[in-house]
Design a protein around this ligand. Structure first.
Ligand code: NAD
Length: 366
């Protein structure tokens, strides 16, 4: 067995149907009195923010409710000013990865603790990372910031909050969670905790995602899927990411593709690209997705895994080609070049030494 090294984060996690109502108790215990909430318009439209505002009462002193996808730098400045004006002592993100990313950006820059209440399966609530998009660059560029202080101190999972999540977002953010497990399994920094969490994560996502897509009101499936995305986020929290996440950041920041959709399109290609190096680590994922593994050729199992994920994405009616989400063939060399310079892409377990490797992958995904 190889040695290992990882950092874990002192986080309090509450997971229960109806858990939203429990937020004041730990807030009181931590001594948080002036809370700022970050969210997006469509989460506000579900009515959940009004419910939370009632629960929080006077401790809610500021609301930034128009977070855009991919956490844009200009919006972060605006939110920082709002936090400073209101002298807040804790920043909460409620919604998908974008409002949680905004809360992380504001909390980290102002040295304040962060609360995360997810309503999608993106998994950001568990990780010490956020992405920020520099919109003054041409093309805009998304960069990630890593620091243990970014990991939210309090994470509240209430499966009832996901009942409103539309099928397309259920599907695409669920595949994002699956991608966390896949990259955690073959990460250069994988460790026993990340591997165990990732295998269990794949199992729960495999059991629950399609059921959530078919019937958004199935609370049992929603609960199991949230457990899967929690484990996915946990698995990613103590490892470094590779080609898949790096490419999705480039496609999100520079081609403005929603993060979940970029994940759907890239994941099967990233599995195929890495197969010759990462098959031994991904065999448990294949097994957790119901594929026969024992005695089979690992390369054939990897192709079956990529195909099975591709078919699941197809059954959930998500776009599967870059051409279907507004990327032109002429954009591919430029995107490949940006990806070649991306440090997450370059952290891939299979070395990437020639930009043409990436251009070919993008052509396959186009
Ligand atoms: P998102 O937060 O941009 O949300 C997508 C859409 O879903 C938005 O319109 C939002 O308002 C809507 N939405 C969210 N919850 C809803 C609900 N319950 N009902 C109705 N609508 C709802 O997308 P995302 O895929 O959750 O997150 C993507 C972002 O998070 C990207 O910026 C990505 O880079 C980041 N991310 C970061 C990490 C990390 O570890 N730091 C992990 C995953 C994703």
């Amino acid at each position: 067995m190889n040695g290992f090294h990882y950092i874990s984060f002192a986080q309090e996690v509450i997971f229960a149907s109806g858990a939203l109502a429990q937020v004041p108790e730990p807030a009181e215990r931590f001594g948080w009195r002036r809370l700022m909430l970050c969210t997006s318009r469509s989460v506000r439209a579900t009515g959940q923010i009004d419910v939370l505002a009632t629960i929080l009462g006077d401790s809610l002193v500021a609301v930034f409710d128009h977070v855009q996808p991919h956490v844009q730098d200009a919006q972060v400045k605006e939110a920082l000013a709002l936090a400073a004006e209101n002298n807040v002592d804790v920043v909460m993100g409620i919604g998908g990865g974008s409002p949680i990313g905004m809360a992380k950006a504001v909390g980290f820059q102002l040295h304040l603790p962060i609360i995360a209440i997810p309503t999608t399966y993106a998994g950001s609530e568990m990780t010490p990372v956020y992405g920020i998009t520099h919109t003054d660059e041409d093309p805009p560029r998304k960069v990630t910031v890593n620091d243990p202080k970014i990991a939210p101190k309090l994470v509240v999972y209430d499966p009832q909050l996901t009942l409103d999540l539309p099928p397309k977002l259920t599907a695409s953010t669920g595949i994002n969670a699956l991608a966390h497990c896949i990259e955690a399994l073959y990460s250069k920094m994988r460790n026993p905790l990340s591997t165990s969490a990732a295998i269990q994560g794949v199992q729960h996502i495999h059991n629950a995602l399609f059921n959530c897509y078919q019937d958004g009101n199935n609370l049992d499936a929603r609960t199991e899927m949230f457990l899967g995305s929690h484990l996915a986020g946990l698995s990613l929290a103590s490892v470094s990411m590779g080609l898949h996440h790096g490419l999705c950041h480039v496609l999100g920041g520079s081609a403005n593709i929603p993060h979940g959709i970029a994940n759907n399109i890239i994941l099967p290609h990233a599995i195929r690209f890495n197969a010759e190096v990462t098959a031994p680590q991904l065999l448990p994922a294949a097994e957790a997705m119901g594929l026969p593994v024992n005695g089979s050729n690992p390369k054939i199992v990897m192709e079956a895994l990529a195909q099975k994920i591709h078919e699941l994405i197809g059954r959930m009616n998500l776009p599967q080609r870059l051409r279907d989400v507004g990327v032109s063939e002429a954009d591919l060399p430029r995107l490949a070049q940006l990806a070649f310079q991306n440090r997450t892409v370059q952290n891939n377990p299979k070395p990437i030494t020639d930009v043409m490797q990436l251009e070919q992958l993008l052509r396959d995904a186009w």
